[in-house]
Design a protein around this ligand. Structure first.
Ligand code: NOJ
Length: 809
């Protein structure tokens, strides 16, 4: 696979020989042997050739060179062996990531200057990774340029935003998190990896693990919501799905924990805005998912666009080196976000691109995504003595290590397999898994009149709303290679589910954004003249049941989609109210990428499903729930505010010194409250109903006191007291009543999703030890402090039963 190359061996012999002879330098292990094999093919005489022969002999025979064992060498030796062969320019080359647009089959286009320039860089060993080059053929082409033309033929890695599926699209991550179903979440990431890897993608920029409290920030759709514990479990499941436990597997791809750190706390939810919070929030809320992933073998971490307390993330030594690389022992590599190294100039942190490169590399950022800061300035920074070569070596080592672990030195084309690509993309099996994950992600918000589940024999169903027939919106933002207009719409799902005797009539009703499926901005929301109202109202009047879709179009949420107004756009609510006047049996189906603030909808919609943007199989999954083929089990991963002015509103808040609840608290105003709204959200974290009912009883602790080295059992009986089998998410919360730093009034510390048959009782047990009760204390150590704790279990973050536990020294 490594073919002969054109290169002037004489010019390089000196350097290579020196590397070889240096103790701890080139150790003659297999990748380097391959690389040197290439060089030998060009130069078959003289001392260099002799050295190569010896290298091969030593490597094959397993004898030693100096003190070092050469047989069965570990990855680190392989990495060092390659590193020792590299020139400074080649090392810097490994640190550059460039974007392409080569998701075409066939040869790399030569007529585009940008692409041609990237191709030249690839040939010269100037690129370590490409992003947005997708497809078995396109990645093959690009890989070939690097491997067959560059002096050392080091393979490149292909990154892509595989955020919720590749070609088969799964629910947006916020929706998937609502399933609280870790197996389902892992299976979704697995399918995404199987598809992406067959299309040449080696690396996904997911999961986004930013704990988000502000639904104005459009990127909450990409995360797992407001809770660090749930967020951590979801992130681990996703990482396992992408990477498996063997990165060299044929369908394993590298995952990325992003964005490091604090990005979701952009002031006012305005994307890319400044961020300011203290160490307490950093350690207890923002960092836990990153820490868990870093310690569990995530391959890469992406830093963020924001500053934190005045230091841009790319230049943050404390975050990148002190915490991630040193305290957590992270052995993958850090990639910047798109152009973010350069953006340190805009932040007013660097005087120019050269200083940006300096800040980034010295504070621990390994790879530069599209800033060209390393490409343009790193070599000179080293030559001028500003940056130590060891700093560059460290970054290169981290990248090479991952290339070895991926198996790219064995086969650089392993991901570019046209046949596999044709066989595994968008298969029936993958779509069935997408449907399964989607139905598990749906949250039953209201079912006051038990209108749901519907009978499939109902004679007439009116389906109303532009979003109900929309085949694109369910794909959501960040839909990778999902094809525009390819999702099963709600209307199609209902039509497919009902029997022959049911008539389904559709009317659009309201109009929504134009430009669906494009990344155009601003979205064009044409004035809705209400001309669709009458037909929709007539349709509703004559139906037994109305299913009305409301919500957000796909691209209203996502990156760069911050909004100050997160109510329903246009005249959706108005039409909904008109429909309700003529037919009480309305099921509202909310589709959105974020919590929507619309108190009137929540009040008026007695029957309401929150269906996020559910992916390729959205319509089928919603129909599964509407008609009771699946009993809904999702729970909100993020609070739904009553009013935009309440934001941020989240369940794990700290008690103020003057705690209040809302208007008229004790008849006085001097309490922490709003005079015009309650403090509580419309729907709390963890809320989600079922078609059956679950009763909690016999809640007990195995002991009401424990010491630091003991573990107690917390158990509760959960009875399915309805007449339908169903899944319940049993949630465990704690409260630390007093501590060296204030603790939240509630913190999720465990959950179990369990299937309980109608009439059955199951005992759910959680173990609690000091770690369950621990936090990052005022002195920034992770510890539990002796004292009183509340242990709570329940069906959501509000309806809990409480027992007290004393933690002794
Ligand atoms: C910018 C986004 O912030 C990041 O999450 C994404 O992975 C990169 N662009 C690459 O597309």
């Amino acid at each position: 696979m490594f073919q002969e190359i054109d290169y002037d061996a004489d010019k390089n012999n000196q350097k290579l020989e020196t590397a070889w002879l240096k103790p701890g330098g080139f150790l003659g292990v297999h990748p380097a042997i391959k690389i040197l094999g290439k060089l030998m093919a060009r130069k078959k005489s003289g001392s260099f050739y002799m050295v190569m022969q010896i290298a091969l002999f030593i490597s094959i025979s397993g004898s030693v060179f100096g003190q070092t064992q050469l047989i069965y060498p570990g990855i680190e030796q392989k990495v060092d062996s390659v590193l020792a062969l590299m020139t400074l320019e080649e090392k810097v080359g490994q640190l550059n990531q460039h974007s392409g647009s080569w998701d075409v089959t066939g040869p790399i286009p030569q007529d585009n200057e940008y692409v041609a320039e990237r191709a030249e860089l690839l040939k010269n060993g100037g690129v370590g990774s490409m992003l947005n080059v997708v497809g078995a053929e396109a990645t093959y082409e690009a890989q070939k340029l690097a491997v067959e033309n560059s002096r050392l033929g080091i393979p490149i890695i292909f990154g892509f935003d595989v955020i919720h599926g590749f070609k088969t699209i799964f629910p947006i991550p916020l929706g998937e998190a609502a399933s609280w179903d870790l197996e389902a979440i892992e299976s979704s990431a697995r399918v995404a990896a199987i598809e992406a890897s067959a299309s040449g993608v080696t690396w996904t920029f997911a999961p986004m693990v930013d704990v988000g409290r502000d639904p104005r920030w459009g990127r909450v759709m990409e995360g797992a919501g407001e809770d660090p514990y749930l967020g951590t479990q979801v992130a681990l499941a996703r990482m396992n799905g992408f990477q498996t436990d063997d990165l060299s597997g044929e369908s394993s791809i590298m995952a990325t924990a992003k964005h490091f750190a604090g990005y979701a706390f952009s002031e006012a939810g305005r994307d890319y805005n400044t961020v300011d919070f203290g160490r307490h929030t950093l350690h207890n809320i923002v960092l836990p998912p990153f820490e868990a992933l870093a310690k569990s073998g995530i391959a890469t971490v992406m830093n963020s666009f924001n500053d934190l307390n005045g230091i841009p993330a790319n230049g943050d030594y404390y975050l990148q080196r002190t915490i991630l690389k040193e305290a957590w022992d992270f052995d993958g590599f850090i990639i910047s976000d798109w152009g973010s190294i350069r953006q340190m100039i805009n932040h007013g942190y660097s005087r120019d691109l050269k200083q940006s490169a300096y800040h980034a590399i010295t504070s621990g950022n390994d790879m530069d995504m599209e800033s060209e800061a390393y490409q343009r300035h790193l070599t000179e920074l080293v030559e001028e003595g500003e940056v130590d070569i060891e700093t560059v070596n460290e970054a290169v080592r981290r990248i090479l290590r991952m290339k070895f672990l991926l198996g790219l030195f064995d086969d650089p084309y392993k991901y570019s397999d046209v046949e596999r690509e044709a066989a595994v993309l968008y298969t029936d099996e993958h779509r069935a898994i997408a449907r399964d994950v989607a139905k598990r992600s749906i949250v039953l918000m209201n079912n006051e009149q038990n209108l749901l589940p519907l009978s499939k024999e109902v004679s007439r169903i009116a389906v109303i709303g532009n979003l109900a027939a929309d085949k694109d919106t369910p794909l959501g933002n960040w839909r990778a290679r999902g094809e525009t207009e390819s999702a099963v719409s709600l209307l199609e799902g209902i039509e497919a589910a009902v029997g022959e005797n049911t008539e389904v009539t559709y009317t659009e009703g309201y109009t929504l954004a134009e430009g669906t499926g494009s990344f155009a901005f601003p979205l064009n929301f044409p004035e809705d003249d209400g001309s669709g109202f009458e037909a929709a109202i007539e349709n509703a009047r004559n139906a037994d049941v109305v299913v009305m879709a409301v919500g957000e179009e796909a691209l209203q949420s996502g990156e760069g989609r911050s909004l100050v107004d997160i109510t329903l756009t246009g005249r959706q609510l108005e039409l909904f109210k008109e429909i309700k006047k003529v037919n009480e049996n309305v099921v509202a189906v909310l589709m959105a990428g974020r919590p929507i603030v619309e108190p009137e909808l929540y009040e008026e919609a007695h029957t309401l499903l929150n269906t996020w943007h559910l992916g390729s199989e959205a319509g089928h999954a919603i129909a599964d729930v509407l008609f009771g083929d699946y009993n809904p089990s999702g729970k909100l991963p993020m609070s739904v505010p009553r009013a935009i002015g309440q934001i941020p509103v989240y369940y794990n808040f700290k008690s103020p010194g003057r705690p209040g609840t809302g208007p008229g608290d004790d008849g006085a105003v001097f309490w922490s409250h709003f005079n015009d709204e309650l403090n509580t959200p419309e729907y709390s974290f963890g809320h989600g109903l079922s078609y059956t009912t679950f009763e909690y009883s016999n809640f007990s602790l195995s002991s009401s006191a424990m010491s630091m080295d003991e573990t107690i059992e917390v158990s509760v009986d959960v009875t399915n007291s309805g007449d339908m089998d169903g899944e319940e998410v049993v949630q465990l919360y704690i409260r630390d009543h007093f501590a060296s730093a204030m603790r939240p009034v509630k913190e999720l510390r465990g959950f179990e999703k369990v299937l309980i048959e109608a009439g059955e009782t199951k005992t759910i047990t959680f173990s609690v030890n000091w770690e369950t009760l621990a936090f990052y204390a005022a002195d920034e150590t992770f510890k539990a402090e002796p004292g009183m704790f509340s242990i709570m279990v329940g069906s959501n973050s509000v309806d809990v039963q409480v027992l007290e536990l004393e933690l002794a020294r």
